[in-house]
Ligand binder design. Structure first.
Ligand SMILES: CC(C)(COP(=O)(O)OP(=O)(O)OC[C@H]1O[C@@H](n2cnc3c(N)ncnc32)[C@H](O)[C@@H]1OP(=O)(O)O)[C@@H](O)C(=O)NCCC(=O)NCCS
Length: 173
């Protein structure tokens, strides 16, 4: 049975093999072991028994903004909905965190369009999110396409709205 679950330490080497297999073919950015260990909590994996079939990560990057990254599905297991499920887990987590917009930088815009993302100009993204691109050998001519999807806002309870109280996630401190 295939399960989508949060990544664990013991997945990291297989995650790197899968991601870097696609990276070598120029389909996505390679990830170092250090990056994967440091950002392990961002990652979901698709697993079947001891096999790792896919990865995707949600990385919060700025006010109201998060990135879906490192979406990969093993050769031979593509086209059966795993990529969609992995991204949907990331989107559900983003919504739970109160993130309003999720973006991706990708060479496969058609896949993200199927998931409700639309193309945007790269210049619409805050400069802060380009920090990772500065380390990329392809920068600044990588050809990746920026895609964005808005998430539904969580509604405040009727009781709080009536009382005129600020929404919980607008608290500071
Ligand atoms: C891109 C990738 C993650 C898609 O995963 P997948 O499991 O094959 O995709 P799914 O089966 O979940 O497809 C979901 C939908 O997207 C469509 N889709 C999948 N790959 C697509 C592509 N390359 N171009 C256009 N549409 C695509 C599917 O037809 C499907 O549409 P449907 O819902 O109308 O049937 C996978 O092919 C992959 O790992 N590719 C190599 C690495 C890569 O390019 N990653 C993206 C980095 S941002």
């Amino acid at each position: 049975m295939i399960r989508i679950r949060k990544a664990r330490m013991s997945d990291v080497e297989k995650m790197q093999d899968l991601i870097n297999h696609h990276a070598k073919a120029g389909r996505m950015l390679a990830r170092s072991l250090l990056e994967l260990y440091e950002n392990l909590r961002d990652f979901y994996v698709a697993s079947e028994g001891g096999k790792l079939l896919g990865t995707a990560a949600l990385h919060t990057s700025w006010e109201d903004l998060a990135e879906v990254k490192s979406v990969s599905v093993a050769e031979g297991r593509q086209g059966s909905g795993l990529g969609r499920k992995l991204v949907e887990h990331c989107l559900a987590e983003a919504a739970a965190l109160g993130v309003g917009r999720v973006f991706a930088l990708t060479y496969v815009p058609g896949f993200f369009e199927k998931l409700g993302f639309t193309r945007i100009e790269r210049s619409e993204l805050p400069h802060r999110v380009w920090a990772e691109c500065l380390r990329c050998p392809e920068f600044p001519d990588c050809g990746e396409i920026a895609m964005m999807r808005a998430l539904p806002r969580k509604r405040r309870s009727r009781r709080l709205r009536k009382a005129g109280k600020p929404a919980k996630n607008s608290r500071r401190g």
